[in-house]
Design a protein. Structure first.
Length: 252
């Protein structure tokens, strides 16, 4: 078992990458506390994990709500006694808004969920990781965190920032047995695209023009497998890295 008895907190687990990662981790022996707003989806996910080497424990929560974040860590420690791995996967889009039409409410929500929430979850778990002298943080960014025309301004800003945050954590806490890495996926076949209600067509047009050669769309399990690798001790010598998984999209 690649992550036998490791305790994982995984956000945004009700579908897509989070769901795939939770199942792969449970298959390899992890105890996975999954967090999302759609609790019924999490219950279905936990049922899928019955009979696997590990287990999935569902917990309703919103990564934009600090009390939910505190509850997630407390529940995990109360139930399993430790936190080995955090996977900050929850994220939202922003209708491809630009600097001239970004609304404060949209900006605040995107930054809160995509950046502030992950920071607060890490902050809440850090005392336990420092005490046990081990910890593993996996943050999900995007190719939108590497380039300018891969989303709206709030989304792109949040995904750039989480890379910097991850590098800072890796640099400061690496000598305490705590490492942090980023995954930057390309386009993955998930439900997130369906959350775009009224896209800014000027920005969307430039995003599509910037796409260039688009070799293949990934599946959620492709990122789930990468999360499993980073959560395992197989990746113990990787710290502060940004791993792009985009089917070769950004090499062109």
């Amino acid at each position: 078992m690649r992550v036998d008895n490791k305790v994982v907190i995984l956000t945004g687990a009700s579908s897509g990458i989070g769901e795939a990662a939770a199942l792969r981790l449970a298959e390899e022996g992890a105890k996975v506390v999954v967090i999302a707003r759609r609790f019924e989806r999490l219950e279905e996910l936990a049922a899928k994990a019955k009979g696997l080497a590990g287990e999935i424990y569902p917990l309703a929560g919103d990564m934009g709500n600090e009390e939910d974040i505190k509850k997630a860590v407390k529940t995990t420690v109360d139930k399993y006694g430790k936190v080995d791995v955090i996977v900050n996967n929850a994220g939202i889009l922003d209708d491809f808004l630009s600097a001239d039409n970004m609304e404060d409410e949209v900006w605040d929500r995107v930054i809160n969920v995509n950046l502030t929430g992950p920071m607060k979850l890490i902050r809440e778990a850090m005392p336990y990781m420092k005490e046990q002298k081990s910890g593993n943080i996996i943050n999900i960014s995007s190719v939108g965190g590497l380039f300018g025309a891969k989303g709206g301004i709030a989304y792109v800003s949040s995904k750039h920032a989480i890379i910097g945050m991850t590098k800072h954590i890796a640099a400061i806490f690496g000598d305490q047995g705590i490492r942090a890495n980023v995954i930057a996926p390309g386009t993955i076949d998930t439900e997130i695209g369906g959350t775009v209600a009224n896209p800014n067509m000027m920005v969307l047009d430039k995003v599509m023009k910037s796409a260039g050669v688009y070799p293949v769309q990934g599946e959620a399990v492709d990122i789930g497998n990468l999360i499993l690798f980073l959560a395992s001790d197989e990746s113990r010598f990787i710290n502060g890295a940004t791993i792009v998984s985009d089917g070769g999209w950004t090499i062109y």
